[in-house]
Ligand binder design. Structure first.
Ligand SMILES: Cc1cc2nc3c(=O)[nH]c(=O)nc-3n(C[C@H](O)[C@H](O)[C@H](O)COP(=O)(O)OP(=O)(O)OC[C@H]3O[C@@H](n4cnc5c(N)ncnc54)[C@H](O)[C@@H]3O)c2cc1C
Length: 501
């Protein structure tokens, strides 16, 4: 953190950070963690007074996100507070992933409020500077940085600004980034309320969509989700709206009263045309919105952050050029687009008149078969994500499995080697047969042995490599087949030019 004092040109003194993140939700906090691990001066501006989340949003996240947290050594904090379940479904088929080759072949059921509290505790340890209770109200970018305007008139200066500021992102709009997609065709009310009559517990489907009731732990409050008959207005929903929606669906509002909170969400599905405009980037809901069915949003945002964090850190530190940031949109936009398409399919299967029910029956039968289950499970969990890094070994562009390795100092897991978010070269061949001296300041080289099978989710067994170059996000950037052909190019592409000989 530094202070710029340029009163002579009429500019007020402003605090400077290398990176400012607008929004301290799941995405903003994960990105802050990644940058802090890379020793980048990062600050988060969050309009809430603290990390407390009013109301409920995400109820869990999937295997690849658990792995990503495991890569940083913090997955256990989340696992300790949640419940592991086979919660992924397609139609009525459960996409059971318990046979997937991962240490975490399940969904973790955990509230977003718990997720955000655990994240906030973690990033406080790193540490990350958070400006709570302030909003980003605008920005101006120039060739060397971004002036960030805050609601309390205390400006900030940063080399880069990242908008992690929700689907209504001010940063996206102010940057002029297009947000094409599909308008809402359906809206839901979600609420915590008291009822005087017993509702039908569990999930219900009808031609409008899904409705559900869940009794909370206090035995008095009910969590309700109901689909409205028509798309509701863009204003805050009222108890009257909730009552009307329940009566339309069930013929009764069950004596709904005393709401703790009521909120509305829709199936609006949109994606930012680009995730970057100069020195301004987008991640998480700011870059893509979709119906929450399938629980994809939080995972997408966290993984956007993990893809962007190390790249931005290298650019800020000067070890890579700005063009490395182009790979962020190139890699994450297709993953987001696929999630949008997948959630639209899941959402269509929720509307159950007799004709759609017939479709649900057929696709559910197919989804229960082994290959389709694995294919859909790979998408749902994010374990099959494949960044297009060119032709080559199947590992190239895919996540490195968390293998049990033997190193000189004893047994260790691959993910343990990623805790500090640094690039890693695993030499699985003859010790000393790979030389990366000219990248040794950036890339950790470790001689290891592994004699088990190399198995990838969905794809199955692949041929064992003799070495693998792993990016800090856990994706494989180069695969050795007995020689070091192509290694220098991969190192230069991802981690910058070699130091002088
Ligand atoms: C009902 C519901 C259920 C869901 N269930 C799931 C699920 O089970 N699994 C899943 O993965 N996802 C789920 N989601 C989606 C998930 O909640 C979002 O995708 C996730 O919160 C996105 O995180 P984010 O950090 O990108 O954005 P947000 O969580 O929206 O965080 C944005 C943050 O930015 C702050 N902010 C906004 N504007 C400004 C500004 N100008 N200046 C400063 N701060 C600002 C906000 O206060 C907020 O804290 C669900 C969503 C809903 C609505």
């Amino acid at each position: 953190m530094g202070l710029i004092d340029d009163v002579s040109e009429g500019r007020v003194a402003m605090t400077e950070h290398a990176v400012v993140i607008a929004g301290g939700g799941p995405t903003g906090m994960m990105l802050a963690a990644e940058l802090a691990l890379a020793k980048v001066d990062v600050a988060v501006v969050e309009r809430r007074p603290d990390h407390e989340l009013i109301g409920s949003r995400a109820g869990g996240f999937h295997a690849r996100t658990i792995e990503v947290l495991d890569q940083r050594g913090v997955a256990d904090r989340f696992l300790a507070e949640g419940q592991t379940v086979q919660a992924a479904t397609f139609g009525t088929a459960v996409l059971d992933m318990s046979d997937f080759p991962t240490r975490h072949p399940y969904t973790l059921g955990i509230g977003q409020n718990q997720f955000e509290r655990i994240m906030a505790e973690w990033i406080a340890e790193l540490p990350v500077h958070i400006y709570y209770g302030r909003q980003v109200t605008g920005f101006a970018q120039d060739d060397s940085g971004v002036d960030v305007r805050l609601s309390d008139d205390e400006p900030l200066r940063a080399q880069y600004l990242v908008g992690c500021d929700s689907g209504r992102s001010l940063i996206r709009k102010a940057a002029g980034i297009e947000f094409p997609g599909w308008d809402a065709t359906r809206s839901n009310l979600i609420a915590e309320v008291e009822l005087t009559e017993e509702p039908p517990q569990g999930l219900h489907h009808d031609a409008a969509g899904t409705h559900g009731f869940r009794q909370m732990e206090d035995g008095r409050t009910f969590g309700i989700v109901t689909t409205e008959q028509q798309v509701g207005p863009n204003s805050e929903p009222t108890l009257g709206d909730l009552s009307a929606a329940l009566i339309a669906a069930f013929g009764s509002d069950f004596g709904v009263h005393d709401p703790t909170w009521i909120s509305r969400f829709t199936d609006m599905t949109r994606q930012a045309a680009s995730y970057r405009e100069g020195r301004v980037l987008l991640a998480g809901d700011a870059a893509h919105v979709h119906y929450p069915v399938g629980g994809q949003g939080l995972s997408l945002g966290v993984q956007d952050a993990v893809n962007l964090g190390w790249k931005l850190a290298q650019v800020v530190k000067g070890s890579s050029s700005q063009s490395l940031l182009d790979s962020y949109t190139a890699e994450r936009h297709p993953v987001g687009a696929r999630a949008l398409r997948y959630t639209m399919a899941l959402a269509a299967l929720q509307r159950r008149d007799d004709r759609v029910q017939a479709l649900v029956d057929v696709v559910s039968e197919v989804a229960s078969m082994d290959e389709p289950r694995k294919h859909l499970g790979g998408i749902h969990s994010g374990l099959d994500i494949h960044y297009d890094l060119g032709e080559g070994h199947p590992l190239l562009g895919r996540r490195i499995p968390d293998l049990d390795l033997i190193a000189a100092e004893g047994p260790l897991r691959v993910f343990e080697l990623l805790h500090d978010a640094r690039p890693l070269l695993l030499d699985l061949g003859q010790p000393g047969d790979i030389d990366i001296t000219r990248w040794a300041d950036r890339v950790k080289l470790i001689d290891v042995a592994y004699d088990g099978e190399w198995e990838l989710p969905v794809l199955g067994a692949v041929s064992p490599p003799t070495a693998v170059l792993i990016r800090p996000d856990g994706y494989v950037a180069w695969v050795g087949d007995g020689t070091d052909a192509g290694l220098g190019d991969a190192l230069a592409t991802w981690f910058g030019p070699p130091t002088a000989a």
